[in-house]
Structure formats: C-alpha cells, structure tokens
Design a protein. Structure first.
Length: 193
C-alpha cells in the first residue's frame, strides 16, 4: 500500500513522488531526468558539481539556476573549468545566476582538475562501480528512502581519496538517485517500474 503523502496525482492525472509538488520544473525533472541512467564524464562531473552546490539547499534552487550554472561554468567542460583561476573565482562570486559560495566554486574547479587527471571514461566507470548490485524493494513511502547507504559512503570515500571535495555520503546518495544508480520512485509513481 502506498503512503498517500508519498505519491500525489498531478494536474495532468499522473501520479508522481510527492516531493515533486506542483512545480512544473520539478515535474519535468522528475519525469525526464531523475532516476534515469546518466553516463559520461562531463555529464557526471556536472551532476557532482550541482549536487555539491545543493548541499544545505533545496534541489529546486539549483534546478532553477542550472542554466546560469552551465553558462558560468562553461558548459561544465572539464578542461575549461580546470583552467579557471583566482580571477574567475572572483567573477563567479559576483554572478547572481549561481550560488555564490566560494568554497563550492573552488571545489568545482578543483574537482575539474582531478577529473582532468583521470583517463577518459574513468569517472563514469568509477561512479557506476558503486551502483548497488542488488535492487532493493521499491520504497512504499518517502520515509523508506535512505539519506545515506553503504554504497554512497564508499563512493564518497573513494572520491575524497582522489581529491574531490563536497562529495559527502548524503550528497553522493543524491547523485546516485539523480544519475539512476538507484531507483527511488515510490510505489504508485508513474515512473516506478
């Protein structure tokens, strides 16, 4: 049985995870992106960066600014972001299109440098190596969804050992959800298998 607070019927008649609410951008993100397998070093680098900026904030805040982030961080082109220096950091601190947090901006640039040192495809392979081997039961309610798992903790530890920043276990579990390593659509959601 589905917890009624965990799945809601939208204006279009589709049942979705309740965290979507009535926001059209959240609805589009839920339906078209969240939980779908995401591959590619650049795409995963972008997702890691955005999840890092989200730490302490709501995801909708990041989602609404994603176009600004993409412009400010040069399309999340790893080589171009890795080449950013102190002048770029200062310019980004004045850019109202993004979250102006110096530590997160510097971490994104540093993470690009770490990614650039990796072989092509290595970030993708590394992240996906932490996908759970066994699918757990589909959550009946939002309360059934963990904030941290053994796999997200291990991914966080591995990325940190490589030099990545703002990749804590909770942030990495959010990455695993959004990049499709796990499927946390609740029972009753139209995106649930």
């Amino acid at each position: 049985m589905t917890d009624r607070a965990s799945a809601v019927v939208g204006e279009d008649g589709l049942t979705r995870c309740a965290w979507v609410g009535n926001d059209p951008e959240y609805r589009r993100y839920h339906d078209e992106e969240w939980g779908r397998p995401l591959h590619g070093d650049q795409r995963l680098f972008e997702k890691i960066a955005l999840e890092g900026f989200q730490a302490g904030l709501s995801w909708i805040t990041i989602l609404r600014r994603r176009a600004g982030f993409r412009e400010a961080f040069l399309g999340f082109d790893v080589a171009r972001v890795a080449a950013m220096g102190p002048h770029d950091v200062e310019a980004l601190m004045l850019d109202a299109r993004i979250i102006r947090n110096r530590a997160k901006i510097e971490a994104t640039i540093s993470n690009a440098r770490v990614t650039l040192e990796m072989n092509e495809g290595e970030l993708d392979e590394l992240v996906w190596s932490f996908a759970p081997s066994a699918r757990r039961r589909r959550p009946n309610s939002l309360g059934d969804i963990p904030a941290v798992t053994t796999e997200s903790t291990a991914l966080s530890k591995t990325l940190r050992s490589r030099g990545f920043r703002f990749v804590g276990p909770t942030t990495m579990y959010a990455l695993m959800q959004s990049a499709g390593l796990v499927d946390d659509h609740v029972v009753g959601c139209h995106r649930a298998d």
